[in-house]
Design a protein. Structure first.
Length: 419
C-alpha cells in the first residue's frame, strides 16, 4: 500500500501555473469520482489552495504515473508543462511532507495557521466523496495531532510576521482586553481588511471604518458588523476610539496633532493608541509628543516583525523534531499492518486445514469407522500439516548459519532457546 504526495506549490510553480491546476470546489466531487475510477487508486485527498495543489493518495502500485496522467487530463495541461514544477514523494517522504505542510513549515509565511484549516476542510470533502478509508484516515488524523502538538509545544505561531497581524498584536499588548476596546480603522484596502479579520477573531465588537468613499467601506461593514463614516467625519468620532489603525493611499496626513489634542480633552486624557501603517504617513509624527497618545509607525512594526521571524525560525527547529518523531510512529503503524495481514492469512490457512480434516473425520465416523482411530488420525494429520512449513523454515535457517534469524524463528514458535 504505497503512499504518495504529489503536486505543485508556491516554491515550484508560478501563480499562472498554479491557477491552471487549481481545483474549483464545485467540481471536486466529480474529480474524486474520476480519480477513484483509476485502477491504481485506493484512497485520495485533494488539497487545493492559492499556494498549492496536492494529491495525497494510497495506491496499489509502486508509482503514481496513473495519478499524474489523470491530473494532467483533468486540468487539460501537458505533463511537460508541469515537468519542472511537479513533485512526487512516496511513503516516509510523503508522510513527512504532509506533516510539515499542516504545521506551516512549508508555507509561504512560516508557521501560518490557515493551512491546517484548509487541510481539515479538504479531508472532510474527501470523506464526503467516500475516497478515504483506513489508511488515509489514520494518516490525516495523525497529521492533525502532529499540527496540534507543534502549536502547543512550540512558539511557531505566537509571533506576528505580517503588518496587519503585528498591528493587532501590538494593540493587544497595550489593551489586554481587546473585546472592551473601541477601534477606528482608517482606509478600506487589503491591509485594513486583514486587520479587521484579526480584530473580529479577538472578539472586538465595536469597529468603525472611515474611508474616502462609503461604498467600499460598506463592504467591510457587512463583513465585520461595523459602522462606516467618511474621512471628513473622523474629527467627530476620534474621541470615541481607543485604538486607531490607519492605512490609506493619501499623500497628506489625515490625522493631525491638533485633532488628537481635542480628542484627548474630550476623553479626559484616557490613553489612545495610534498605529500608522501607511506610506506616506496618515498620522502626523508630532502626535507622539502628546501625553496619553501612543504612536507607532510601519517602521516600528517591521522591527517587531523581523524579531518575530527569527523567533519563528527557532521554533521551526523544535517543530521539525516533533515531526520526525511522529513520522517514526506512523511508519511503525504502517509496518504493523503487514503483521496483521500475515496473522490473518496464517489463521485463515490453519482454519482451512482444520475444516478439511474435520470433514474427513466426520465422513469416516458417519461410515462406521472406530471413533478412537478417527480421532488419532485427525490429531496426527493436523499436527503434521501445522508443523510442516515451520519445520522447513527451521531447517533452512539452521543450514544458512544465521543464528540471529534462528533465534527469532524459535521465539516466534514458542521454543525454549536452551532446549
Amino acid at each position: 500500500m504505497p503512499l504518495f504526495a504529489l503536486g505543485i506549490n508556491h516554491q515550484t510553480a508560478s501563480v499562472s501555473l498554479r491557477e491552471k491546476v487549481a481545483f474549483v470546489p464545485e467540481f471536486l466531487l466529480d474529480a474524486y469520482q474520476q480519480l477513484l475510477a483509476r485502477s491504481s487508486v485506493l484512497e485520495a485527498v485533494i488539497v487545493s489552495t492559492c499556494n498549492r495543489t496536492e494529491i495525497y493518495c494510497n495506491l496499489n502500485q509502486e508509482n503514481c504515473q496513473q495519478v499524474i496522467d489523470w491530473f494532467c487530463f483533468f486540468h487539460q495541461v501537458e505533463e511537460s508543462e508541469l515537468a519542472e514544477s511537479l513533485y512526487c514523494y512516496q511513503d516516509e517522504q510523503a508522510v513527512q511532507h504532509l506533516f510539515r505542510v499542516a504545521c506551516g513549515l512549508d508555507s509561504l509565511v512560516l508557521g501560518e495557521p490557515q493551512i491546517l484549516g484548509q487541510i481539515k476542510q479538504a479531508f472532510a470533502t474527501a470523506s464526503q466523496a467516500k475516497s478515504v478509508n483506513k489508511i488515509l484516515n489514520k494518516w490525516f488524523q495523525q497529521t492533525f495531532s502532529v499540527a496540534k502538538r507543534v502549536r502547543t509545544e512550540t512558539q511557531i505561531g505566537a509571533n506576528a510576521i505580517s503588518v496587519a497581524f503585528a498591528a493587532v498584536c501590538l494593540a493587544k499588548q497595550i489593551f489586554s482586553e481587546l473585546s472592551q476596546s473601541r477601534v477606528l480603522l482608517i482606509g478600506a484596502g487589503e491591509t485594513i481588511e486583514l486587520v479587521g479579520k484579526y480584530l473580529v477573531e479577538h472578539n472586538v465588537p465595536n469597529i468603525t471604518i472611515a474611508n474616502r468613499t462609503l461604498a467600499r467601506a460598506m463592504e467591510l461593514v457587512e463583513q465585520f458588523d461595523a459602522q462606516a463614516i467618511t474621512l471628513g467625519e473622523i474629527p467627530n468620532h476620534l474621541a470615541d476610539a481607543d485604538i486607531i489603525i490607519s492605512s490609506t493611499a493619501s499623500p497628506l496626513p489625515i490625522i493631525g496633532k491638533g485633532m488628537v489634542e481635542s480628542a484627548l480633552k474630550t476623553r479626559r486624557h484616557q490613553p489612545m493608541l495610534f498605529i500608522d501603517i501607511a506610506v506616506p504617513r496618515d498620522i502626523e509624527p508630532e502626535v507622539a509628543e502628546l501625553n496619553d497618545a501612543y504612536l507607532y509607525s510601519v517602521d516600528d512594526l517591521h522591527g517587531i516583525i523581523e524579531e518575530n521571524k527569527q523567533a519563528r525560525q527557532e521554533a521551526a527547529v523544535e517543530a521539525e523534531k516533533i515531526v520526525e518523531s511522529c513520522i517514526i510512529d506512523f511508519i511503525s503503524w504502517m509496518e504493523s499492518l503487514k503483521a496483521v495481514e500475515s496473522i490473518r492469512l496464517y489463521r485463515s490457512n490453519s482454519e482451512l486445514l482444520r475444516d478439511e480434516l474435520l470433514t474427513r473425520a466426520s465422513f469416516a465416523l458417519n461410515n462406521g469407522a472406530e471413533p478412537e482411530k478417527v480421532l488419532k488420525e485427525l490429531a496426527f494429520k493436523l499436527t503434521n500439516k501445522l508443523i510442516h512449513h515451520p519445520s522447513q523454515a527451521l531447517t533452512h535457517v539452521s543450514r544458512s548459519g544465521d543464528d540471529n534469524e534462528l533465534q527469532i524463528l524459535r521465539s516466534a514458535l514458542g521454543l525454549n532457546s536452551e532446549e
